[in-house]
Design a protein around this ligand. Structure first.
Ligand code: CAA
Length: 248
């Protein structure tokens, strides 16, 4: 096993559509992959499926929207597997509705899960990365954090917030060999996207020059690229992967 093969990656939101594809790709690329779960039943079904497909990936309990729970998650992983070299802040939810109809809970749940989770996890892996002089932090944002989306004030605000976080933190930790980057996927064929009403989704796909939804494997490929040793000069960047839907 070379050095790369011993790197440990934590993917938050591992059991979702994008998270699953990331875990598989990172595993195939030789990383030790771990994720978190919130529902025991969902975790068991997911682990059974991974086992069937010959992936060796561990899940640990942790609600990343909560600082204490994220701390326990990270401690548990570090105690039983080892120090986290790469953190993929991927956990995210939607509560889409126009602001006039948005409940206070819809706002806070999305901000806590999609943005505060990034602080909760990054803050608690950072000291170790600084000590070891290596780290990769990869924040999964969205095209809708760059351009806005009708019905997503909460989600777009959280995803836009990640960009500021990435840029600022990249400056603070560059000298320790830690890179911090954002990936902004467009509409990818996940359950989250397929929950958008069909008529609305068709209108969105019509705005995508490539003319289709993205594949989860396409985003996973980019994650693995940014996790690699060779990307040590890439930091503070945003990688758009949206089929040309938003160019800037
Ligand atoms: N632009 C302008 N006006 C719009 C509009 C749009 N995109 N969508 C709806 N409207 C208008 C409607 O025509 C309607 O107008 P009238 O009252 O004058 O007829 C009005 O807004 C209200 O429409 P609805 O009754 O449909 O509004 P709603 O509040 O019930 O539903 C919604 C709105 C739930 C947000 C629905 O439009 C929707 O699901 N949109 C898709 C949101 C989306 O893209 N989510 C992405 C999820 S996946 C993801 O987030 C992953 C990622 O990173 C890309």
């Amino acid at each position: 096993m070379d050095k790369l093969n011993k790197r440990i990656v934590l993917v938050t939101g591992a059991t979702g559509g994008l998270g699953t594809a990331m875990c598989k790709k990172l595993y195939k690329d030789g990383y030790r992959v771990v994720g978190n779960y919130r529902s025991k039943e969902k975790a068991k079904a997911w682990l059974d499926k991974m086992h069937e497909e010959d992936y060796v990936i561990n899940l640990f309990y942790g609600d990343v929207s909560d600082y204490e729970s994220a701390g326990h998650l990270i401690k548990d992983i570090e105690n039983s597997i080892g120090p986290i070299d790469t953190l993929v802040n991927n956990a995210g939810i939607t509560k889409d509705t126009r602001l006039v109809n948005m409940k206070k809970e819809d706002w806070y749940e999305v901000i806590n899960t999609n943005l505060n989770s990034v602080f909760n996890c990054t803050k608690q892996v950072l000291d170790g990365m600084i000590e070891r002089k290596f780290g990769r932090i990869i924040n999964i944002s969205s095209v809708n954090g760059q351009r806005g989306q009708f019905g997503q004030t909460n989600y777009s605000a959280a995803k836009a917030g990640m960009h500021g976080f990435t840029k600022s933190l990249s400056m603070e930790v560059a000298k320790y060999g830690i890179t911090v980057n954002t990936i902004s996927p467009g509409y990818i064929g996940t359950d989250m996207v397929m929950a958008v009403p069909e008529k609305v989704l068709n209108q969105i796909i019509a705005q995508v020059p490539i003319g289709r939804l993205g594949g989860t494997h396409e985003v996973a490929h980019l994650v693995s690229f940014l996790a690699s040793e060779e990307t040590s000069f890439i930091t503070g960047a945003n990688y758009a992967i949206n089929g040309g839907q938003h160019v800037y």
